[in-house]
Ligand binder design. Structure first.
Ligand SMILES: Nc1nc2c(c(=O)[nH]1)N[C@@H](CN(C=O)c1ccc(C(=O)N[C@@H](CCC(=O)O)C(=O)O)cc1)CN2
Length: 294
């Protein structure tokens, strides 16, 4: 069996065209232009590159974007003041603080400061908690991208055995909860899991977000499984690879996502989606989605 290679770039392109049309409607019907502010603290080259991708994505679909670049010496208090200002700015629909942050800044206090209605990354505790009950204001972008890929390929989730390898707060745990909401039977494996293959061989859908190149080899993949590689590793020679032995596993899986060109393309696309959704809510709602749900 040779897997169908899922083209994340093509799915992202199709979705972005749909999002552009939604931006046009917002502008013509409500005179509203969705706006995203991205805050980058420090000069991590990978973060700079991701932020550039986000700003370019905004431009592509007609979202107004602003980049706030702060030095690595910025204090937590100063960063919280920036967020407070943006929370109170009605022309801003989405606020994103690029991670990781310098070690002297507490990530949790920063993420909790962002207004839930503008938390387009979906990382606020309220949104994280909402994953358990199935009523988030915004879904986190990478897990949402995984869901969209499965939906686009008409891959059934309900009743399927899903194994998620990796238990991070921004990918593994939310992906598991979101697929559980779709009635999958979900197992989460992590770095302390003994005999990984025992679990992965059960997976109809295998989602891997561990940050370990070549962790998933064909011997531990069920024939015909759908393999979604969320891993993103930069090798010493500069190459980018996922967590899956792509060449080996593609001969055993029914579907597989490449790295790059798979899920990574969807992360920014879902951010664009969430920003537009936030602007649509602001333009049409009389009460905030947060208050309505609380
Ligand atoms: N505030 C946030 N910080 C971080 C997030 C996040 O979702 N919100 N996620 C990661 C990094 N990230 C976005 O910020 C990200 C990673 C990878 C890609 C991507 O498009 N990958 C491409 C390849 C890009 C390349 O060649 O360099 C792909 O896989 O095709 C987008 C976004 C940590 N921080």
């Amino acid at each position: 069996m040779t897997a169908k290679i899922i083209d994340g770039k093509a799915i992202a392109k199709k979705l972005r065209a749909e999002y552009h049309a939604r931006v046009d409607v917002l502008r013509s019907r409500y005179n509203v232009t969705p706006a995203l502010v991205v805050i980058l603290v420090g000069d991590n080259p990978a973060s700079q590159s991701y932020v550039r991708g986000k700003i370019a994505g905004c431009k592509e679909v007609g979202i107004r974007s602003e980049l706030v670049e702060l030095p690595a010496s910025t204090t937590e208090e100063q960063l919280l003041e920036h967020i407070e200002r943006l929370n109170n700015d009605a022309t801003v629909h989405g606020i994103l603080v690029q991670l990781p942050l310098p070690a002297h800044i507490r990530v949790s206090s920063v993420l909790e400061k962002i207004s839930v209605e503008k938390d387009v990354d979906g990382f606020h505790l309220y949104n994280m908690g909402g994953l358990v009950t199935g009523n988030t204001v915004f879904s986190p972008c990478t897990p949402y991208g995984v869901q969209k890929i499965l939906e686009h390929e008409n891959i059934r989730v309900e009743g399927q055995n899903v194994v998620v390898v990796g238990a991070s707060n921004i990918v593994g745990k939310p992906t598991a909860l979101m697929l559980m909401q779709q009635d999958a039977t979900v197992v989460i494996c992590h770095k302390k899991t003994r005999d990984l293959g025992h679990f992965t061989l059960l997976a109809d859908i295998l989602v891997v977000a561990a940050g370990v190149p070549n962790l998933i080899v064909p011997q531990i993949v069920k024939t015909g499984a759908v393999v979604i590689d969320v891993g993103f590793n930069r090798l010493p020679d500069g190459r980018i690879v996922g967590d899956v032995d792509f060449e080996g596993v593609k001969e055993k899986a029914s579907y597989i996502t490449p790295v790059p060109g798979g899920v990574g393309q969807m992360t920014v696309t879902m951010l664009l989606h969430n920003t537009i959704l936030s602007a649509e809510r602001a333009a049409t709602a009389t009460t905030s989605p947060f208050r309505r749900r609380a």
